[in-house]
Design a protein around this ligand. Structure first.
Ligand code: ZN
Length: 682
């Protein structure tokens, strides 16, 4: 349902070096996580640890699923705007064939523009949705186009190069043509004013009327109306053009199905085979009831090591939130990290019994949640190159209520974000001294993951309301208090010897890395995401500042935590980590009391006093220091490559992973090998 993105601006550190000697060629030390930077984007690379330890059959399954994933790429380009495929192909023709000067500013700008189009799967920003402004002129583009062989251009049937330019140029250069991919502005016809390709020739009123008539308020198991089609008006009649074999996007969907059939034949077990079979049936029929059957089978398949998403999934790209963009993710369970969450869950009762919370607010019987941590093998469609780090599906509310949902964290992607942030200057700028930097370098990645696990697996599930207390009693302050409760539960236990005893932390110093990171983030560095003059609104950010400011104030007498000025810059200094832990415990006890008794006034006082307001002088200083680091605000990934190895008789003997492909190289290969849709008339 909700995608989780990588928000942390916290510095992170290298892996704890363990004595583990198992050789896994799918990971290498000294791996370079950074690929390149352009515009507001940074391209990273991720590893797939554990791949070489999978069985041959599992590797083969992953290989087929990655092929099925890559075949859908053109669909997303076309969904994002009807000129996108033509523009991409035109730019790729130039990039590959242009013989002129490639060193001048205009060519460089054109190259950057193409890289942005690849990244956004179209001509609009992947996050902000606004159309890119090219750094080159129409005259320059025309000159370059005329210099290359016109046979390499995506011309329409019988179209001359001049006619092609006349059709395409306004789409690229005219700021009034298709300015936004998704327009949500109140009071406008969001269907007519959005450049996405989910509707053609229909108004918002017509769309709403069309689907309004279909919906039945008494239907307890409604299909996801409109999910897999474009709504068009033909000869005055509003009608759906369904994305399926034999329908819209058929050439690409046929390829997806081809690879899914190969995957079906090597499925790990019957449950998984049934999942793949029903997905194929859905692609072949376009029937949304079949899609729901597929989603239910998928939710229930929890035993398979390998899992995947493949299809029309999230509807953020439709201003009306009905039509889903195509995406795919192939993954396998990270047994080590999932084992960590199991250890936590298995000890849930011990944690509940030993927390500093008043006994009357504790649960007599508590069950931990096991979060599944996965390793992504490929990112595709609307998850490529920019991706979420956590996914929760399916989206249909009745399926979630009746059959549950799967919630996963993508471990190797989080890891790549962490590793790539090494040496980006952030830690050097904001961490007080080498003592803290070394601590965070050594333990920061592990403690960050562990705190998240404690928050998710135990924090939210701990404690209870007193009888008769309204769960919504804290109203607008409820979610900040709830997040603070979960964070504090985790923070308190980070410093407990039990975690070392359970093998979750290496030694009794490790927790200090999380304490320092948490306080620095809550007191200072999370402010880089707030515009000058604004308050903090988002509940996770409020909760972090609440905890950090409260501990700073309550620990002031003992100087447990201080804000120190050194050479005109502000830093967090922690003098007494055990005192900090004690304060986390005290605040946890009070926050749990507030929650358990529904004490609205106390919630309001805490949140308004500590969580909302920003010190404008400190804020300005942090923004200024952050700006100088020149970090790209958005990141995306290139995928590894997978090669099928066969013997002389054509039998598959192995699947080999490599990480040597560059960004442009990968994009051009995908455009060559996985591009089956025509440039026009999709
Ligand atoms: Zn939470």
């Amino acid at each position: 349902m909700k995608r989780k993105f990588f928000y942390s601006v916290v510095v992170a550190a290298s892996l704890l070096t363990t004595g583990c000697s198992t050789k896994d060629q799918s990971t290498t030390n000294n791996f370079d996580y950074t690929v390149e930077k352009f515009a507001d984007l940074q391209i990273l690379r991720y590893q797939v640890p554990g791949f070489d330890e999978l069985s041959l059959k599992q590797k083969e399954l992953i290989y087929y699923l990655t092929q099925a994933a890559l075949e859908g790429r053109d669909i997303l380009f076309d969904q994002n705007g009807k000129y996108n495929l033509r523009i991409r192909r035109m730019l790729e023709a130039i990039y590959t064939n242009y013989q002129g000067n490639r060193d001048n500013k205009e060519y460089k700008d054109l190259e950057t523009y193409l890289k942005r189009v690849w990244f956004a799967n179209g001509i609009h920003h992947h996050y902000g949705c606004e159309k890119f402004i090219p750094g080159f002129t129409p005259e320059y583009l025309k000159e370059v186009i005329l210099s290359i062989d016109s046979k390499t251009l995506p011309l329409g049937e019988g179209q001359s190069v001049d006619e092609f330019c006349a059709e395409i140029f306004p789409v690229i250069f005219d700021p009034t043509v298709m300015p936004k991919r998704v327009n949500q502005a109140d009071g406008e016809d969001v269907v007519l004013t959005s450049a996405c390709n989910y509707y053609d020739g229909v108004t918002q009123d017509e769309v709403e009327e069309f689907y309004g008539k279909m919906k039945d308020a008494n239907d307890k198991t409604p299909i996801s109306y409109g999910l897999n089609s474009r709504l068009v008006k033909e000869n005055g009649v509003v009608t759906e053009k369904v994305w399926k074999v034999g329908g819209l996007y058929s050439p690409a969907i046929e390829k997806v199905v081809y690879w899914l059939k190969k995957a079906e034949a090597v499925a790990e077990n019957d449950k998984q085979k049934a999942v793949i079979s029903s997905l194929i049936k859905y692609y072949e029929t376009g029937d949304l009831r079949t899609f729901d059957e597929y989603a239910i089978l998928w939710v229930k398949d929890t035993d398979s090591r390998i899992d995947f998403v493949n299809g029309f999934t999230e509807s953020y790209g439709d201003p009306l939130g009905m039509k889903a963009s195509w995406e795919s993710l192939v993954n396998y369970k990270d047994l080590v990290a999932t084992g960590r969450t199991e250890t936590i869950s298995n000890n849930a009762q011990w944690f509940e019994d030993n927390s500093p919370v008043d006994k009357q607010f504790k649960k007599e019987e508590v069950k931990g949640v096991t979060a599944k941590v996965i390793t992504a093998a490929i990112l595709a469609g609307d998850l490529y190159p920019a991706t979420a780090i956590g996914i929760n599906l399916p989206n249909a509310n009745w399926i979630r209520a009746d059959h549950g949902s799967k919630s996963v964290t993508i471990g190797n992607i989080t890891d790549a974000y962490n590793k790539a942030s090494h040496g980006n200057g952030f830690g050097e700028e904001f961490i007080y001294s080498d003592v803290e930097r070394e601590l965070i370098d050594k333990y920061g990645d592990v403690t960050g993951d562990l705190h998240t696990d404690l928050h998710e697996c135990l924090g939210h599930g701990s404690g209870k309301l007193l009888p008769g207390v309204d769960p919504d009693a804290l109203k607008a302050y409820g979610s900040t208090v709830e997040e603070a409760r979960a964070d504090l539960f985790g923070l308190y236990y980070m410093g407990d010897p039990k975690l070392v005893e359970l093998g979750l932390l290496a030694d009794a110093n490790a927790y200090k890395a999380e304490y320092y990171n948490f306080l620095m983030n809550g007191l200072m560095t999370q402010l880089v995401r707030i515009e000058p003059g604004n308050n903090i609104e988002e509940s996770h950010m409020r909760n972090r500042q609440l905890i950090a400011r409260w501990v700073l104030e309550k620990g002031a007498a003992d100087k447990a935590v201080e804000l120190v000025n050194k050479d005109g810059k502000t830093y967090v200094v922690v003098n007494d980590y055990q005192k900090v832990r004690q304060l986390f415990g005290e605040l946890l006890a009070d926050i749990q009391r507030i929650k358990s008794t529904g004490d609205f006034e106390a919630a309001r006082t805490l949140v308004e006093n500590y969580a909302v307001k920003v010190d404008p002088t400190l804020h300005a200083e942090i923004l200024e220091r952050y700006k100088k680091l020149n970090l790209a605000p958005y990141k995306g990934f290139v995928n590894p490559t997978y090669e099928l190895i066969t013997d002389d008789n054509g039998n598959i003997t192995d699947v080999v992973v490599a990480y040597n492909e560059g960004y442009a190289e990968q994009m051009l290969r995908y455009s060559k090998d996985y591009s089956s849709l025509p440039s026009v008339n999709n």
